[in-house]
Design a protein around this ligand. Structure first.
Ligand code: PHE
Length: 349
């Protein structure tokens, strides 16, 4: 038979052991593990102590049971208290860690923007699409026929000197103008034709206003009875939409082999309203594009009867429009990706 006093001693030392161990706990997980050591229903030390009941004489069982039960209740309460304290401490330290200082300046996010040429391109497509134009994307590598010969610029024609060409082989070249697309469209489709053809073009040309690669937007309308006044009407609508309602255009005689008559189109200065300023060099007008009535020979080259059909064509330089719009005086700035320049451009939006 076990001695009741000894057992009571054992209960007391368990209690001391708990008190000692609890002091060293670092977190709620450790507290949970420690609780198991004493209070686990199967292996717990207090449970083990209770099992000693069978060795206690019957008349002492009640007292023994009471002692162990008290220890158990005390331990449960103690561990609950410890658990609560640990969790509270952990919560506080999490609050501390995740504390936000709302007075800190926000991290600045710099939104990206479309390139100014892309913006102008999209704006122009919107404007002409509203007049019923469809977009046709031509090819950047063309042969001599589409870029020159079919456009009424045969070999040895002096107009070839107007555009210094990059040849990739004796037969193929980088297109010098989106006009090459006109021929493809007229070969493929019977009038009515109303297309807009944006794209990159290439010329061996390099100064403050010329870059070896730049963008053009070609317009071509072919139908019965197309005249120069249709051209003027469309261009007026176009400049009014981008430069404002009071803007107008002026056509000056010019020369392109593939249009007859050919015109250079000026827009009334949107900076000074035509009075004369630095931007229009005192003239009140700014040159924006080349255009004309499609040359009869070009229609014939594409198998169209020039007595039945007539057409108008125009070619807009997108960098030029963007430079005028954003007040940029050197075309190189458009391609250097200088953040300061791009930021200034976008700030104007
Ligand atoms: N292709 C001409 C150029 O690049 C522009 C143009 C297009 C002129 C259409 C008339 C008609 O200079």
């Amino acid at each position: 038979m076990a001695d009741l006093n000894e057992l009571k001693e054992a209960a007391k030392s368990l209690r001391d052991e708990i008190l000692n161990n609890v002091k060293d706990l670092a977190n709620s997980k450790e507290a949970y593990e420690l609780r198991k050591v004493f209070l686990d229903s199967k292996q717990g030390k207090i449970g083990q102590l209770m099992k000693e009941m069978r060795t206690v004489p019957n008349d002492q069982k009640q007292e023994y049971g009471k002692t162990v039960n008290e220890l158990k209740q005390w331990a449960q309460a103690r561990f609950e208290e410890v658990d609560r304290a640990m969790k509270e401490r952990e919560l506080q330290s999490r609050y501390e860690r995740e504390k936000l200082d709302v007075t800190m300046p926000a991290v600045e996010t710099v939104p990206g923007n479309l390139h100014p040429v892309t913006q102008v391109r999209e704006e122009l497509i919107d404007i002409f699409a509203s007049m019923g134009f469809e977009v046709y994307e031509g090819k950047e590598i063309e042969n001599d026929y589409y870029n020159f010969t079919a456009l009424n610029t045969p070999q040895d024609h002096p107009a070839r000197d107007m555009q210094d060409t990059f040849y990739v082989s004796p037969e193929f070249l980088l297109r010098t103008q989106t006009s090459a697309g006109q021929i493809h469209v007229m070969e493929a489709k019977k009038p009515p034709i109303k297309i807009l053809s944006p794209g990159r073009v290439f010329r061996s040309d390099d100064d403050a206003t010329h870059s070896p690669m730049f963008h053009q937007m070609e317009g071509l309308v072919v139908d019965k009875h197309i005249t120069l006044s249709d051209l003027k009407g469309m261009l007026d609508t176009f400049v009014q939409k981008i430069y404002g309602e009071n803007t107008t255009t002026r056509l000056r005689p010019s020369y392109f082999p593939f249009t007859e008559p050919s015109v250079e189109v000026d827009v009334s200065c949107f900076e000074c309203g035509g009075k004369g300023c630095g931007l229009c060099k005192g003239t009140g007008w700014i040159e924006v594009l080349g255009a004309g009535i499609v040359n009869r020979k070009v229609l014939e080259n594409c198998g169209l009867d020039p007595d039945e059909y007539s057409g108008l064509a125009f070619g807009i330089g997108l960098e030029r429009i963007a430079m005028l719009k954003y007040g940029i005086n050197n075309i190189k700035l458009m391609f250097e990706s200088d953040m300061d320049v791009l930021k200034q451009i976008n700030d104007q939006e």
